[in-house]
Design a binder for this molecule. Structure first.
Ligand code: ATP
Ligand code: MG
Ligand code: MG
Length: 351
């Protein structure tokens, strides 16, 4: 069988490797860090930095197609990889999603709604944004933020100085605070021949900036559900996307507002492992190797709960519930804020 190269050896890379293996593919992980979770299940691991272009070359030459579990792949590394093998999802998706400002501009160009936003490089920009967009607002670093890191809340001009200091000189984006009733996400997939399929939207609750639970079905009207799926398809088509994407949405009385997109399998899609016959990981592998997409129809109502840090100590208790599926990532040390695993609790059959 063919070999799939995966950039990133975290839990997403691990679950992609398992799905790939089930479909008869071998996997080769590229990961700078030691002992990556994906290394326990993959066929091969290269431990090297993204600056090591020779290691990247050797990695690319050992695989048939390359995908990734995180979006911050340096441009030079991408150039090297792309010259040798197809990288899916493609470059456009990375360019757009690596920078919140470019991402917001892309989404609004598509005619989609986002939070009001402005680029902030210094105190003058920030004062202007406060004036034009108003507060409350959130200042976010344009690049590299995840799990709510690199964000500062602004309730008024008095918070400006500290918020800017929190950015530590990094280019930032000012986002007006969206008064949403709840958050949902669409896990969407697009095949090499351009077909799009979406999983049922999930409803997300965050705790301390980190995803806490995803529940399906989400509370959405038929119109909101249709809008969610159609806007996701619009995004994937525009990017000629191949693979799975997570699209995070705010639900408001004025319609759906796109928070952000992630060009990869997504934490809020983990429920699909036990709620659908084809989950997001298999769907992604199918797409990147050029197979037809699978049927992601939801057969069950599920609540996915992330196990962060010490939460993982409760696994023996979760194991007593025969309707709770346990997914652990094989991480030895349970540091605070670290994603150790998740559980999918069966609520009932889908109606
Ligand atoms: P992820 O781990 O999902 O990549 P992230 O660090 O990229 O997270 P965001 O998704 O931008 O961060 O924000 C995290 C959470 O903060 C959102 O899910 C939402 O609850 C809240 N939030 C972010 N931006 C806004 C906004 N403009 N208005 C209201 N709430 C917001
Ligand atoms: Mg994000
Ligand atoms: Mg987010």
């Amino acid at each position: 069988g063919a070999t799939i190269g995966i950039l990133g050896g975290g839990q997403l890379g691990r679950m992609l490797s398992v799905a790939a293996s089930r479909l008869g593919f071998k996997t080769h992980i590229f990961e700078p860090g030691a002992n990556p979770p994906a290394g326990q299940v993959a066929d091969q691991v290269t431990t090297a930095s993204y600056d090591d272009l020779d290691a990247l070359k050797a990695f690319a030459e050992s695989v048939d197609v390359i995908t990734y579990e995180f979006e911050n792949i340096p441009t030079a590394a991408l150039d090297t990889l792309e010259a040798l093998r197809p990288v899916r999802p493609g470059r456009d998706a990375l360019r757009v999603s690596q920078d919140r400002l470019i991402e917001k501009a892309f989404l609004t160009d598509l005619g989609l709604q986002t939070a009001p936003f402005a680029a902030v490089d210094d105190e003058v920009d920030l004062a202007e944004a406060l004036e034009e967009i108003g507060a409350p607002a959130i200042l976010k670093t344009r690049r590299f933020g995840y799990d709510g890191k690199g964000q500062a809340r602004i309730n008024g001009p008095e918070d400006a100085e500290k918020a800017l200091a929190d950015m530590a000189g990094a280019p930032a984006i000012y986002e007006g605070f969206v008064n949403f009733s709840h958050e949902v996400s669409v896990i969407a997939a697009r095949s090499l021949d351009g077909r799009v399929a979406c999983f049922d939207p999930g409803q997300n609750v965050h705790k301390d900036g980190i995803l806490h639970t995803t529940t399906v079905p989400a509370q959405l009207t038929v119109k909101q559900r249709t809008d969610a799926v159609l806007l996701a398809a619009q995004i994937l088509n525009k990017l000629s996307y191949v693979g799975v994407m997570g699209v995070e949405l705010f639900v408001t009385p004025e319609g759906l507002i796109v928070n952000e997109i992630a060009p990869r399998v997504h934490n809020s899609g983990h429920w699909t492992q036990n709620g659908c016959s084809i989950d997001q990981f298999e769907q992604h592998i199918r797409a990147v190797v050029g197979w037809p997409l699978g049927d992601g129809t939801r057969h069950s109502d599920i609540e996915m709960l992330n196990l962060i840090g010490d939460d993982v100590d409760a696994v023996p208790d979760y194991a007593k519930d025969s309707k709770t599926a346990i997914h652990l990532y094989g991480k030895a040390e349970a540091r605070p804020g670290r994603k150790m695993g998740h559980i999918n609790r069966y609520i009932g059959a889908a109606k």
